[in-house]
Design a protein around this ligand. Structure first.
Ligand SMILES: [Fe+2]
Length: 236
């Protein structure tokens, strides 16, 4: 009984068409739940040296981020959340569902974090994003100070965010643990830049010097990526 054809007609479904010897066709459709995938770093582990060290990046990506992603998939497997986008999961999230809240946040937050950094980056944004920053914070210097303050004053573990709201206005906020602005109670913006201030993101190199880590983060921000996210989400 040869399998004569294999047609993928939906992202989450595979249709097998079996051609029987009797020349009758049997269609068998199998729908599978697509798991969230661990994104590869878009650069080498040591590419952000000397600002973020290779060992930290290896542990951060391969252990922490991979762990969040795998635990998220385990938490939603077989539930109504399986197959939903991560943004949809956050939009109606039961904050008492600790496994989805913590690991979903860990998956989403880090997936963004890797993208908004890059080697040979830093500097200042240009174009429409720069205009929005100047309108919201007075200047790039004003933005940098407010964002750094949000990251520095987050007690314990968490994140600092730059978000865009419908219409293009920007806001800065901070969330604890692996929460993010897309979850209930967030700042109702779409994150376009995030800074991880968990100790696992800086302690090997900076020990307790979080302020120095925050200062150096500005040397690796990929403003081209942040600008693209701004353009994609300003009218969402
Ligand atoms: Fe992290």
């Amino acid at each position: 009984m040869p399998i004569s054809d294999l047609v993928i007609y939906k992202p989450d479904c595979i249709r097998f068409i079996l051609l029987l010897l009797s020349r009758k066709c049997l269609t068998l459709t199998i729908c599978v739940e697509m798991a969230f995938e661990i994104d590869n770093l878009p650069y080498a582990y040591d590419a952000l040296e000397p600002y973020i060290d290779e060992q930290t990046m290896r542990l951060h990506h391969d252990k922490h981020y991979a762990g969040y992603t795998n635990k998220l998939n385990s938490a939603i497997e077989g539930t109504a959340l399986a197959g939903q986008s991560i943004v949809d999961i956050f939009s109606d999230l039961d904050m008492d569902q600790a496994a989805v809240r913590n690991n979903g946040g860990g998956y989403y937050n880090h997936s963004l974090f890797w993208k908004v950094m890059g080697p040979g980056k830093g500097g200042e944004p240009t174009g429409a994003l720069r205009g929005a920053i100047d309108r919201a914070f007075g200047s790039f210097r004003g933005f940098r100070g407010e964002f750094s303050q949000a990251a520095a004053t987050r007690f314990g573990s968490g994140w600092a965010w730059l978000c865009v709201r419908n219409g293009g206005a920007l806001c800065i906020c901070s969330t604890p643990n692996q929460d993010n602005p897309l979850m209930p109670g967030g700042c109702e913006g779409m994150p376009i830049l995030g800074l991880d201030v968990w100790e696992h993101s800086y302690y090997l190199k900076y020990q307790n010097r979080r302020l120095e880590y925050i200062e150096n983060f500005f040397n690796v921000i990929n403003w081209d990526c942040v600008s693209q996210l701004y353009e994609e989400n300003k009218q969402a």
